[in-house]
Design a protein around this ligand. Structure first.
Ligand SMILES: C[S@@+](CC[C@H](N)C(=O)[O-])C[C@H]1O[C@@H](n2cnc3c(N)ncnc32)[C@H](O)[C@@H]1O
Length: 244
């Protein structure tokens, strides 16, 4: 076997073996839950703008985008723009017509300015509105016209009801072989009462929304291999791939 094949084979075996390493799994879970309390995911930038993600998820997104080569990425929930810039930076290298559309109910002026002034802004379209409004969907449909490889990233309001609605509205955009990534499923594993100032929590979050969505939708399944290798992710069970 050539060196590349050996390397990949060893990687698969190593990741498979993680499931037998109880200490590794427990310590990864411990780090994840403790670091969530300390807002660790707020510590990083992507090409100059704050991205509210775990570095492990950023690497997973890079692998998915490079592998699936979308020409349109739809993101709900853009916050300070770092994830938009991440998507734009990867699209810049993959396609000469790749676009990311960022939807947020509240794009604060200083955030909008930083996004607009970024060298990758030519890859970005912004929609300031709730992701589940009909006007938003109409604008997204317009942008999606003629696109053939569409990926979706859901990272806005994390209540069960909102994410179920987003999954219903945005999953039809996802192309076969592409991903719909649903962030913050980790909320289900966090202690009850972790979010005093938010409507979501245990039993009411993106994880419960995915469970409901997958009960009625046979086109998507969870890519468990991503979580198996990351060990640390804010989106356990949240990497959905469309296979039909
Ligand atoms: C977790 S942050 C997004 C983080 C961002 N994706 C990143 O990786 O840096 C959630 C964002 O969702 C937005 N949001 C909340 N409700 C929304 C809604 N109904 N429609 C669209 N965006 C919404 C908030 O304004 C906030 O900016």
């Amino acid at each position: 076997m050539d060196d590349t094949k050996v390397f990949l084979q060893e990687r698969i075996e190593r990741i498979n073996n993680y499931q037998h390493n109880k200490t590794l799994k427990e310590r990864a879970d411990h780090f994840l839950l403790e670091s969530l309390k300390e807002k660790y995911s707020y510590n990083f930038d992507w090409l100059g703008l704050p991205i509210i993600q775990y570095p492990q998820d950023i690497v997973a997104l890079q692998e998915i985008i490079w592998m699936t080569k979308p020409d349109l990425i739809i993101e709900t929930g853009i916050a300070r723009g770092g994830s938009l810039i991440l998507y734009a930076s990867l699209l810049e290298m993959i396609h000469n017509n790749g676009v990311v559309v960022g939807i947020d109910v509240d794009i604060r002026r200083h955030n909008r300015e930083r996004i607009i002034n970024h060298p990758l802004f030519h890859r970005i379209r912004l929609i300031e509105n709730s992701s589940i409004e009909e006007d938003t969907l109409a604008a997204v449909r317009n942008i999606a016209e003629g696109k053939t490889r569409i990926m979706v990233s859901l990272d806005s309001n994390h209540t069960h009801e909102h994410v179920v609605k987003e999954l219903q509205l945005y999953s039809p955009f996802v192309s076969k072989g592409c991903y719909c990534v649903v962030f913050d499923t980790i909320i289900e594993k966090m202690e009850a009462g972790s979010f005093h100032d938010r409507p979501w929590g245990k039993g009411n979050n993106p994880q419960t929304a995915i469970e409901q969505f997958l009960r009625n939708n046979r086109n998507f399944s969870i890519d468990n291999e991503i979580e198996a290798k990351l060990l640390i992710t804010a989106a356990p069970g949240g990497y959905l791939v469309r296979h039909q």
